[in-house]
Design a protein around this ligand. Sequence first.
Ligand SMILES: [Zn+2]
Length: 169
Amino acid sequence: MQTLAKRPRPVGTAAGANARPNHATHDPLTEVASRLKGVIKRHNGGLLAFCPSHDDRKGRSLAVSLGREGQVLMHCFAGCSIHEITAAIDLNPSDLFIRPNSKYEPQTRTYFNDWQIINALRHDALIVLIAARTMLTGKTLAESDVSALSSAVIRIHEAANFSRGASHE
Ligand SMILES: [Zn+2]
């Protein structure tokens, strides 16, 4: 079995913003981070950055994290779609996934039954509820909570992709 050298996970150094796209790169997170501005690393391993798709000078609205298959997940709190975000950094949504010819084989994709998916989403739903309650009391969410919330929202959005009943696209 061929093993790919494990590179340390890239941490967004905004200084590298001029890095050229390299077709040999199989790490979507490196690729995405190199194209974003104002990247900072969260303690949970995710990233925050200025959303490239809208005027985001007020704050970093874009949460970036890794999915369970190594794909890059992005969520803009201002509501930009994944298509808008990727287009703004000159990528396609498919570029967010690890390429099949590296180490991920589509045939090995795992699907889950509905019970498993709903069970996994219970935790995410709880995070959303806690965040909503916190905001209702007038408190500001801690950065770590915002990060957890964005991850939960992203997972909920992605859940259908793991269903056996999902269409092929
Ligand atoms: Zn945006």
